[in-house]
Design a protein around this ligand. Structure first.
Ligand code: CO
Length: 134
């Protein structure tokens, strides 16, 4: 069911420092910072030949990334995003199999303008999984 790895998201406490590390030390192609108030994050996209890395930094008072950074003071891997051909069919199959969908279970429009869902980390080996409509 899952297809390409769309991105790996990393929560960072200092966005400028993280951008400098990827751009200057790792030599990666790095996008400008993109505020996404509806998701409570500022995102920087790092384009790799086979996938993307997203640097996530808290934006606003109740950002989900702020809580993550309280528990992980140095930052760290936040989620992985897999592409699926049909996000509704994928959701229904997962629910039927007992997996928990976060939020109200309905897809939201994600960072790339496509519908996304998040799956409970306890159901996937402690990893927050995002599904994105391909
Ligand atoms: Co994501």
């Amino acid at each position: 069911m899952i297809g390409r790895l769309n991105h790996v998201a990393i929560a960072v406490k200092d966005l400028d420092a993280a951008v400098a590390s990827y751009r200057d030390m790792l030599g990666a192609k790095v996008s400008p910072a993109l505020p996404q108030p509806e998701h409570g994050v500022t995102v920087v996209f790092i384009e790799l030949p086979n996938t993307k890395i997203e640097l996530l930094h808290p934006l606003g008072a109740d950002s989900p990334i702020a809580k993550f950074l309280e528990r992980n003071a140095d930052g760290g891997m936040h989620h992985v995003c897999y592409e699926v051909d049909d996000i509704i069919a994928a959701r229904d199959k997962l629910k039927a199999g007992g997996a928990r969908i976060l939020g109200n279970g309905e897809p939201k429009i994600g960072a790339h303008g496509k519908p996304v869902l998040f799956l409970h980390p306890k159901d996937f080996d402690g990893t927050l999984v995002e599904l994105e409509q391909a």
